[in-house]
Design a protein around this ligand. Sequence first.
Ligand code: HEM
Length: 534
Amino acid sequence: MSIDARSKDEALARDRSNPTGHRMTSDQGIPIENTDNSLRVGARGPTLLEDFHFREKIMRFDHERIPERVVHARGSGAHGYFQPYESLADLTKANLFQDPSKKTPVFVRFSTVAGSRGSMDTARDVRGFAVKFYTEEGNWDLVGNNIPVFFIQDAIKFPDIIHAAKPEPHHEMPQAASAHDSFWDFISLMPESAHMLMWVMSDRALPRSYRMMEGFGVHTFRLINDKGVSRFVKFHWKPKLGVHSLVWDECQKLGGKDPDYHRRDLWENIEKGNFPEYELGLQIIEEKDVAKLGIEILDSTKIIPEELVPVRRVGKLVLDRNPTNFFAETEQVAFCTANVVPGIDFTDDPLLQGRNFSYLDTQLSRLGGPNFVEIPINRPLAPVHNNQQDGFKRHTILEGRANYFPNSLGGGCPFMSSAAEGGYRHFPEKVDGEKLRARGESFQDHFTQAGMFYRSMSKPEQEHIIAAILFELGKVERKEVRARVVEQILAKIDEELVTQVAEGLGLPVPKPAVEKGKIDKSPALSIEYMKKDA
Ligand code: HEM
């Protein structure tokens, strides 16, 4: 089969329906005579139960809502395509990366994380950057954020961080994720969140536009070529317009004046032909070099600095078409980190492993059962054949008698493909160890990169971080929570940072938790160290 940039648009065309100029019918196709008056006995009498048009119209309205996403509920989507600059056959056998003339259709959804579906776009928050590639070998979802690290190392903590960041359960306040006791309480007790905290308090959490924001796959993944060679990879999206942020005062005013600020910006620019463009960047790490890095590549609270492993720009993503219908496309799209194609594989990052379960699981209830893959926006362009059947909202009419394997009756889906024929084969990684609920030593350094991030900022950017912490932490009622954030988290990140925050909050300035200058000299992150060993 051959796919080009327009293939998904053409496939969706079969499902579009335009009521303009047509006579009104019921869901059964029966022409409707009058939709202004219910069927009544006389001009002032009761409504009749037999009024099927009334019942159908009200019933459909009553059931219009589906559950919003448990996180990333507010989002905006766009169609487009991805095109590689050159063949990446040396790195991966994934079909979409082989031919620079090939355009693979994509659907992208940008989102905030903590707010509900109707919340304001300009809240201080992480932004989702989820891309669905409709490739010839099936759908690949790169479900990323605009911040390269995450709050936690292990997916088992995800319900905890989200419960802490969402409005508190007794009165469902406040809507702002990082301006209340439970968020900071959790942060103060979870040192591994220190690095992400710095990013969330920085201007990165206030993007000026979805068009001006980076994206990151966050986890380390694997790329595998046709010889079976695996390399580690971090995925990046680099916006062609550069990275730009709002300032907090603008965010608050815009939030009141135009809560749809980012959604409108994306929609209007695509309508005007100012198509948002991003370059896909890869940080490739050879298996043999992992130890030299001195950074735990399975720890999603860490970056691999671009100075250590440069980002190679390998292709472009262009968003050139708005969705036809928000609900059908942007709301019903279902991304999942477990959707990978041959040539791309997972690592043992415990956050990624948990995500691979969570998305499919939540979508079973959000989208009403296992057949949500048949919803047009989710349907692969690659042919789908298997022996799955039935379930709520099944659309496909499976032909034949035998729907099991093996069978001797004929029909069903008998063929498997070897890896050489394109069959997905997981990388045969060797694993060995005891079953434990524990994290190794390499997951224990929570503050080095947090400090590096703060110190890499310009003076105004540092001032913004301090102002953000004073604003958000200043809303916390419990004095002991404020004090714990200062003493147990900020004091271990940077001396100047903690001094300014403590003074701003009227708290005693704690002694620096780490000897001055020591953090900077960490061999793990020194560029000199890498150069020496290269
Ligand atoms: C939704 C990113 C961690 C569970 C999303 C979305 C993005 C995203 C972009 C929105 C997808 C859309 O637009 O529909 C990330 C990133 C993470 C992360 C980058 C860390 C690196 C986790 C973890 C879990 C999780 C650890 C659970 C163990 C979910 C769920 C949804 C979601 C349940 C809602 C999906 C839906 O209803 O369709 N995430 N997430 N995420 N995420 Fe994550």
